[in-house]
Design a protein around this ligand. Structure first.
Ligand SMILES: [Zn+2]
Length: 96
């Protein structure tokens, strides 16, 4: 489902707060825009598949796509995403 105008505003405000004016990391083009829907990146396959909800940033010039974790930037409540697995949503506290 596409983002609502309120969600688009919240996403844009959060990314601007975190990184300022986004630009493509490959070609430095300033039209590095947010795709209109969440993408779920598969982390494990099989019957108990786990995925990570991500925003996708796309470059209008060179096609570079970059993924930003919804949980990583704290937008899960705005986007109506519930935590699925502590190992995905919480940083590890024990070093290995
Ligand atoms: Zn680019």
């Amino acid at each position: 489902m596409a983002f609502t105008p309120e969600q688009e505003t919240a996403i844009s405000a959060k990314l601007t707060e975190l990184v300022g004016d986004a630009q493509c990391p490959m070609c430095k083009h300033p039209n590095f825009h947010i795709a209109p829907e969440i993408t779920f990146m598969p982390l494990r396959g099989g019957l108990s598949a786990v995925s990570m909800p991500c925003l996708v940033l796309l470059c209008a010039r060179c096609g570079t796509a970059q993924f930003v974790s919804v949980f990583g930037v704290g937008l899960q409540d705005v986007l109506g995403i519930k935590p699925m697995s502590p190992e995905i949503t919480q940083p590890k506290t024990e070093g290995k």
